[in-house]
Design a protein around this ligand. Structure first.
Ligand code: GLN
Length: 479
């Protein structure tokens, strides 16, 4: 059996049947890592010995019947902004280059409780700020579909690791598209859950009101299974939402007939690559054939999403990143006096994109400008939420592109940050409104680069997203 060809859920089934051992699964992943990691650079940290030790103890628990879940025994990769006890957690930043947390994030605790084997920490844009994984202090990650191109960001290491077979599944974080966009560029499934579904405890904060952890997987079934593991109510996160409907795998095979799908005309205008447009509209046709009712509608306010998001995200980032001062965590510049030490530590420890966000955030929060920028952005955020609320009165789901283009070439994006920010146009409104969003592979362009379609649902409607995504995936495979 070709172990690496299995999905995460298939692998766990084979392990439970006794056809594959957990150790063999870990070995298979590390064999691939030895072959390709030098080229792709998906990971900041890899821990083979620890993974093998976990494998043996998990195997025992599977054998004794203590672990029975659908992902037991599956090797998984964790984005490097999610705390792992005893394992380096750097946010791909110099300022945290030596930070080893003393606790696990709640999401990581959930992975362990489900019997998943954590094999390493994936590369990302520094502090999750970026759309290409090129702002990492540890160097770029390459897209396995074409190594001249970026994997997307900021969870680029996680997406590339899944696409390149360097793990069976991964988790990432999404503040403005960082799960969905790299999933789309690399041709894997990515899901950003409703805000509050996955605990943010132990996720190093970027924009706390927007951040959410979620799965990156080979297929839709794996995404549902992994979300089931990740989702949990957590008292340690004041924004955690208690949910009764966490059986995300249960509706996968439900019939799509009658599902009302809205296509926002404002998502298909200027700036959208014609090949991406065609591929996404073809998803609509497939869903229509399954009995969904597809209709175009104007979503409105789309042009305000980027300025609103970058104002709010930068404001929150400037506050969240205050704690990295050379005293409590990570890197410290060798200067005697306190204030010069703060200054030098932060000057040397943060990269240019992070500094840009801290400066922008401090500016929009400063007393003279707070009302003009930050407060105004909060008001627009409320209007954007309202526009979605109105749309969901008529539709169960919204279908659109994930990004305007396929993956750009390495080195093309960073010279012009504003242009890079514009690439987030279809993903960030979902975070501003706290909604669930999902990226599913829907073809490749002329150059062979993957294209992703985005499904957006109302709060707490992940099951519907998964149901539609699964229906599309099944049909696609029939062709
Ligand atoms: N590209 C967006 C940004 O740079 C989104 C990042 C994210 O979702 N973490 O802020």
């Amino acid at each position: 059996m070709e172990i690496r060809a299995l999905t995460a859920v298939e692998l766990s089934e084979q392990i439970k049947k006794g056809n594959v051992t957990v150790r063999q699964a870990v070995d298979a992943v590390f064999e691939q890592i030895e072959r390709t990691e030098e080229i792709y650079h998906c990971y900041v940290t890899l821990e083979k010995e620890k993974a093998l030790a976990q494998a043996d103890s998990i195997q025992e628990k599977i054998n004794s019947g203590e672990l029975t879940g659908p992902l037991a025994g599956v090797p998984i990769a964790v984005k490097d902004n999610i705390c792992t006890k005893g394992t380096l957690t750097t946010c791909s930043s110099k300022i945290l280059e030596n930070f080893v947390p003393t606790f696990d994030a709640q999401a990581v605790e959930n992975l362990r409780a489900a019997g998943m084997v954590i094999i390493g920490k994936t590369n990302m844009d520094e502090f999750a700020m970026g759309s290409t994984t090129e702002t990492s202090y540890f160097g770029v990650t390459r897209n396995p579909a074409n190594t001249e191109h970026v994997p997307g960001g900021s969870s680029g290491g996680s997406a590339a690791a899944v696409a390149g077979g360097e793990c069976f599944a991964a988790i990432g974080s999404d503040t403005g598209g960082s799960i969905r966009q790299p999933a789309s560029y690399c041709g894997v499934v990515g899901l950003k859950p409703t805000y509050g579904t996955v605990s943010r405890y132990g996720l190093i904060a970027y924009g706390s009101s927007l951040d959410q952890i979620g799965p990156l997987t080979k297929d839709v079934t794996d995404a549902a299974a992994l979300l089931e593991v990740l989702a949990s109510y957590d008292e340690k996160d004041s924004t955690s939402a208690p949910r009764e409907d966490k059986d995300f795998m249960s509706d996968l095979k439900k019939d799509c007939s009658g599902l009302r799908v809205g296509i926002p005309t404002d998502y298909f205008g200027e700036g959208l690559d014609p090949e991406v447009k065609e591929a996404v509209l073809q998803v609509a046709q497939v869903l229509e054939k399954q009995g969904a009712v597809v209709e175009e509608f104007p979503l409105s306010l789309v042009e305000y999403a980027i300025p609103t998001y970058y104002t709010i995200a930068a404001a929150e980032a400037s506050s969240n990143l205050e704690r990295f001062d050379g005293i409590k965590y990570g890197y410290r510049a060798e200067v005697e006096d306190l204030h010069p030490m703060y200054k030098k530590t932060r000057s040397q420890g943060f990269g240019p994109e992070v500094k840009r966000r801290i400066m922008l955030g401090s500016f929009v929060l400063s007393s003279g400008y707070y009302d003009a920028y930050y407060l105004k952005a909060l008001k627009v955020k409320a209007l954007i939420k309202k526009a979605f609320d109105q749309a969901f009165e008529n539709y169960d789901l919204i279908l659109g592109p994930v990004a305007p283009t396929t993956a750009p070439k390495l080195g093309q994006s960073l010279q012009d940050p504003i242009k890079m920010y514009l690439g987030d146009i279809y993903t960030i409104a979902v975070n501003l409104a706290g909604l669930p969003g999902m990226s599913i592979p829907c073809g490749v362009d002329r150059k062979g680069l993957p294209i992703g379609a985005q499904l957006i649902g109302d709060c707490f409607s992940e099951k519907k997203l998964l149901q539609a995504a699964y229906a599309y995936e099944q049909c696609k495979e029939d062709k």
